[in-house]
Each structure stands twice: as structure tokens, then as C-alpha cells.
Ligand binder design. Structure first.
Ligand code: SF4
Length: 148
């Protein structure tokens, strides 16, 4: 049993009210149990919502309150991102999850690369807030790009 970014399974939970179904993830769901989670919704953000990006740092630093997450209209959504990360961790612990299949580049779920906070499409190295928290708690994180 694994956790999975809900949008990869076709759940319409993204900022634009759409999903991002990934064939490899959907095929995997036919063979093993994938539990869909959307940390941004779990953090109390609406769908659709204004796009958000971590401001030039990584999810690790957001967890440590060294930087934050803003939406494109300049609203600070750090609190919701941290809440969503901890709610996701709670689910993982309740059902003893050891692995998270994460949507790459997301400020919540992204793993290894995220947007740089300028809303320009530019990427930097780093993890989203939820991916960072799960990793910190010993849960393996992979992305849809790692599936064969
Ligand atoms: S927070 Fe994660 S699951 Fe939710 S829409 Fe963004 S990438 Fe998908």
C-alpha cells in the first residue's frame, strides 16, 4: 500500500480544478493499493485555487519556518501548506505507509525539483513541503517520473 498524489490518479484536485492523470501510476493502481491524497486540499485550500509557489527555497526550509509559500496574488499560504503536509503524514502513519508516489514540481508534492517562486516556470532543486515532511519521517518518496 502506498500514498499517491491524487491528481496523478485523475482526481480533479489541482489549482486549476483539473487533474494530471499519469498512465504509469494508473496502471500501478491496478496491481497494488494506492491511497490518493491531495495535501493542498487537506491543508484547507479551495479547488480551484490561485497558483502557489515556495519562495525561492525548499519544503525543508518551509517546515523549519525559514521561508514560506505565497500564491500568485501575494497571499501567504504557508500555514495551509504545513497543515496539509502534517495531515498527509497523519494518514501515512495511521495505515503504516512506507512510500509516497509524488507529483513532480508541485510546491507540496514535488520531489527533487520545484518552481523557484517567481511564477515564471523556472525550476530549482528542492522538495515540496509534504514530500520534505514525509522524507523527514522515513517515508520513501518517488515521483511519476521514476516509474517504468
Ligand atoms: S497538492 Fe499534490 S495531489 Fe494536490 S494537486 Fe498538487 S500535486 Fe496534486
Amino acid at each position: 500500500m502506498k500514498l499517491c498524489s491524487a491528481c496523478l490518479l485523475g482526481i480533479k484536485c489541482r489549482y486549476d480544478g483539473k487533474s494530471k492523470p499519469d498512465k504509469k501510476v494508473i496502471n500501478l493502481a491496478k496491481k497494488e493499493i494506492l491511497i490518493p491524497v491531495c495535501p493542498e486540499q487537506l491543508g484547507g485550500l479551495p479547488t480551484p485555487r490561485v497558483p502557489q509557489e515556495i519562495q525561492g527555497c525548499s519544503g525543508e526550509k518551509v517546515l523549519d519556518k525559514e521561508c514560506g509559500v505565497m500564491n500568485k496574488k501575494g497571499k501567504d499560504v504557508t500555514k495551509q501548506f504545513i497543515r496539509g503536509a502534517y495531515e498527509t503524514l497523519k494518514i501515512a502513519k495511521i495505515i503504516s505507509i512506507k512510500e509516497f508516489i509524488a507529483k513532480q514540481k508541485s510546491p507540496s508534492c514535488g520531489y527533487g525539483k520545484i518552481h523557484d517562486g517567481t511564477f515564471s516556470g523556472r525550476l530549482i532543486q528542492g522538495d515540496g513541503v509534504t514530500a520534505a515532511l514525509l522524507k523527514r519521517n522515513g517515508i520513501k518518496v518517488i515521483t511519476e517520473e521514476d516509474l517504468k
